[in-house]
Design a protein around this ligand. Structure first.
Ligand SMILES: C[S@@+](CC[C@H](N)C(=O)[O-])C[C@H]1O[C@@H](n2cnc3c(N)ncnc32)[C@H](O)[C@@H]1O
Length: 218
């Protein structure tokens, strides 16, 4: 099923729904979800800074992470939502973030970069939004240099407990809210060229998880 994900009990989300959802989110994103997720994003960027080199941030959104990068790290960001990108571009101009080399409108499922381009490829709160998460992981692996790292920060569905109940309740509203609340970790870990070497809970209260994966030759 091209450009869509099939998940039992979940309304499917295609690229047009994603764009519509994030056109609605863009004006309120920074002070709503953006604030809640602030410290987790900062932690993920810390690992990109350690690795240095050229970073690709997939689904860069309004660019809330961009000021956390070390000035010596070169950053390219892509996003499919023009409304979110517009805010990221404004932020880069307003804050004079000269380490940001490019912000491009692009689908993470079909990246327009050659193989083995980036030292770090990061996706923060993106894999549960895209129509085909496995394809995005494959693209992230392709453009990452062998030995480079892929960072995935996201909320992953719990198997039980009160959060599991909330996730199940929210799942049918994926199209309206702009992400799949019942998204599981499996599609992220299934990419053969990426080896998981670190998995840590991220703030607030460990709701999010930060995965660090290494690109290996297969
Ligand atoms: C929840 S926001 C996260 C934004 C940012 N990474 C952050 O941490 O604040 C999800 C972002 O993913 C983008 N997105 C969704 N599907 C995409 C796709 N197929 N290609 C590129 N970006 C996509 C959305 O437009 C949105 O900006």
């Amino acid at each position: 099923m091209e450009g869509r994900i099939a998940r039992a009990g979940t309304k499917q989300m295609d690229l047009a729904s994603v764009k519509r959802a994030y056109a609605r989110w863009a004006p309120i994103y920074d002070w709503s979800f953006g604030t809640v997720s602030y410290f987790g994003r900062k932690r993920a960027v810390h690992f990109a800074n350690e690795h240095k080199g050229h970073v690709l941030e997939v689904g860069v959104g309004t660019g809330m992470s961009l000021s956390h990068y070390h000035p010596e790290v070169r950053v390219t960001g892509i996003d499919v939502s023009r409304d979110m990108l517009e805010r990221a571009r404004r932020r880069v101009a307003d804050e004079g973030l000269s380490h940001v080399e490019a912000l491009e409108e692009m689908d993470a499922q079909a990246l327009r970069y050659p193989d083995e381009t980036f030292d770090t490829v990061a996706a923060m709160h993106v894999v549960s939004v895209v129509p085909a998460p496995a394809r995005v992981m494959a693209e992230m692996a392709r453009v990452c240099k062998t030995g480079g790292q892929v960072l995935v920060l996201n909320h992953f569905a719990r198997a039980k407990g009160p959060l599991h109940w909330i996730e199940k309740t929210m799942a049918p509203f994926a199209k309206a809210i702009g992400w799949h609340a019942d998204f599981t970790i499996e599609p992220v870990l299934a990419e053969k060229r990426l080896e998981l070497f670190d998995k840590v809970p991220a703030p607030p209260f460990g709701i999010f998880t930060l995965l660090r994966l290494r690109k290996v030759r297969r």
